[in-house]
Every structure is written in structure tokens, then in C-alpha cells.
Design a protein around this ligand. Structure first.
Ligand code: 2X7
Ligand code: FE2
Length: 326
């Protein structure tokens, strides 16, 4: 494997089953290598989905939050070009108090309602789980010492953060998914205890590699997380949308500068401080899980957009491990 095209992230002595790991893809360009192809920070405020007016969502809007939505549009094209087998997502509003749960339901379908903003998100969803990978992640995480659970209850409603992030990443829903819960327990008595998320990220990577999947890993977190508690008329009236305060904004910028400059080691150290300063939603661990799965790659990282949603900071970011290969 060429280091020019991929940042090394662990042992890759396996091969995709039934396919040479070095065979060119259908277009004949870059080799379609198995493993984690890229990681994204994919925020999930329901406002972004509401503003898109997809047919699956009942409420209608006049738009809003365009800069973030245009970044998602750009990201979707890049994901298409990556040609991944699966999107593995960690999102903070499927909260599990005991253990890290993995959705192993083959075809989750139902109606997802945002409990705080039901006037923005009432979404009819149906997607496919990569069950083999979901089980492999749960097994690997268990072997690595984490409390895990394979969630097999067909009727359980999928939370709005998972639905929103997945819709914005792939509104066609034609890429299989693995959805991971956010285990609240480790940080219940502390502001920023992310140790288990490092392990879960590594377990995720090992499972992806052992099955030879070509995967996108998506951590779904907002950044600074103080927000308004009153809605002023029309939710998409952008004259009310701005950072909660200067302190929150400055800390988000400090955070994003490190991402833009590819200074991932420093970012890793800054995450707990950023949480303490801004109540960042990265406290739920999705970003740490994602970067740990990528192996904390130095020298890459793109901020596609930053914008606020009811005062919270949100950034769409990409760590493309194959950048230059496509
Ligand atoms: O879940 C969210 C969020 N993280 C940020 C802003 C608004 C609503 O929902
Ligand atoms: Fe959230």
C-alpha cells in the first residue's frame, strides 16, 4: 500500500474477501483499497434537515443555515467519489447508560421525531445495516475490554441525530450503515472522560479491517454547545442566528485552526479543554471515537464550513486518508 495515498493507520495485512486489495476500481483510477477511507465531523442539528425539505420529513421550511448545508452538499459528492461499502456513525442522542450499543437490526425503519423540536423533524426513515460489521465491532469492543451490547430490537426508534447526520451525508440512503450509541456512563461524574472512546475507535478500525470493508467513519457532534432557550418566530429566520457569545466562538475557532492545519496531536489534547470552556458536544465522544478510528492522522484535515444553529457552533470537517489518490 502506498503511503502517498493513505496515512497508515494500523496493520493492514488482510485483504478484502474475493477482491485483490490492489485492483483498480471500475473507473480504472485509484485502487479501491479496503479499510477506513475517511473520517468526517458531521453535525446533526435537526434544523439542517428541516431546511432541506426532503420528502421524508413532514415539516416544511423556507431554507436557512445554507453555508453548513452547502458544505454537506460538497461532502456528499466527495463521499460518492470515495465509493465506500459502509458508513459507520457515532451520534450522541442514542444515549445508553450501560455500555456501548451497536444497532444490529438489518432494516431499521420507522418515524423519528425530535423531542425538543418536533415541529422541525418528523422523519420517515428506512435504511440497511451492515449487520456483519455491526456484530464484528461489538465483538471486537468486547474483546478490547468495553461493555457492549448488540441491539436487536426491531421496533426501537432511531434517534434524530443519527437520522439527521445520515440523511445529510447520504440522502439516497443507498450505502449500508452501522450505528453506534453514545455511552453516557464514563463521563457521568466527570466533564470530559473520553478514554473509552479511544478504545472504541480502535476496536471499530480493527473490525473494519478484519472484514475488509471500505468505510467512512462519521462522528456526529456540534462544537460549542450553549444555545438559546426561546425560539423567535420563524425558526429559519437567519437574522436571529449568531454565536452564543464571543468566548464560545473564539474557542471554536481555536479548535478549527488545529484541524485546518492538520495538527491532530494538539487537537487531541485540546478536546477536553474545549469541552470545559464551551460545553462542547464532543463530550459525548463521537469526534474522539472517529479520530481514534482514523489513528489520529497528522497533516490532514479540512474544515468545509462553520456555522451556528440556535447559537451552538457546528463544523463540517473531513479527514480524507486517500486525498490525492482520486
Ligand atoms: O442536537 C442538537 C444539537 N447538537 C445542536 C443544536 C440544536 C439542536 O440539536
Ligand atoms: Fe446534539
Amino acid at each position: 500500500m502506498s503511503n502517498v495515498f493513505r496515512v497508515p493507520v494500523g496493520d493492514r495485512t488482510w485483504q478484502r474477501r474475493g477482491q485483490s486489495a490492489h485492483s483498480p476500481d471500475a473507473q480504472g483510477d485509484a485502487p479501491r483499497l479496503p479499510g477506513i477511507v475517511a473520517g468526517v465531523l458531521a453535525p446533526h442539528p435537526p434544523h439542517l434537515l428541516y431546511a432541506e425539505n426532503p420528502p421524508q420529513n413532514e415539516p416544511r421550511s423556507e431554507g436557512g443555515w445554507e453555508v453548513l448545508r452547502w458544505a454537506y452538499e460538497d461532502l456528499r459528492q466527495r463521499i460518492r467519489a470515495m465509493d465506500v461499502d459502509v458508513i459507520v456513525l457515532h451520534a450522541p442522542h442514542w444515549i445508553t447508560m450501560v455500555g456501548h450499543h451497536v444497532n444490529c437490526v438489518p432494516n431499521p425503519r420507522g418515524f423519528s421525531v425530535e423531542p425538543i423540536f418536533p415541529h422541525l423533524l418528523r422523519y420517515e426513515y428506512a435504511f440497511h445495516t451492515d449487520v456483519e460489521l455491526a456484530e464484528a465491532i461489538a465483538d471486537q469492543a468486547h474483546d478490547d475490554g468495553l461493555v457492549t451490547r448488540k441491539m436487536r430490537n426491531d421496533g426501537v426508534r432511531v434517534d434524530y441525530a443519527t437520522i439527521t447526520a445520515l440523511h445529510l451525508l447520504n440522502p439516497d440512503w443507498d450505502i449500508p450503515v452501522v450505528s453506534l450509541s453514545a455511552n453516557n456512563n464514563p463521563y457521568f461524574y466527570s466533564t470530559s472522560s473520553l478514554d473509552q472512546m479511544h478504545v472504541l475507535g480502535e476496536s471499530t478500525r480493527k473490525a473494519i479491517e478484519s472484514l475488509g470493508r471500505r468505510a467512512l467513519v462519521a462522528g456526529s457532534n456540534s462544537l460549542s454547545h450553549l444555545h438559546w432557550d426561546r425560539e423567535q418566530g420563524l425558526p429559519e429566520d437567519m437574522t436571529y442566528e449568531h454565536a452564543y457569545n464571543h468566548h464560545q466562538y473564539r474557542w471554536d475557532m481555536r479548535f478549527l485552526e488545529l484541524i485546518r492545519q492538520g495538527r491532530t496531536r494538539e487537537l487531541r489534547d485540546l478536546i477536553p479543554e474545549h469541552i470545559d470552556e464551551t460545553e462542547s458536544e464532543t463530550k459525548a465522544g463521537s469526534l474522539t471515537w472517529m479520530l481514534s478510528a482514523l489513528g489520529w492522522p497528522e497533516g490532514i484535515g479540512e474544515v468545509l464550513a462553520y456555522g451556528t444553529v440556535i447559537g451552538t457552533g457546528n463544523a463540517v470537517c473531513l479527514w480524507d486518508l486517500e486525498k490525492g489518490a482520486r
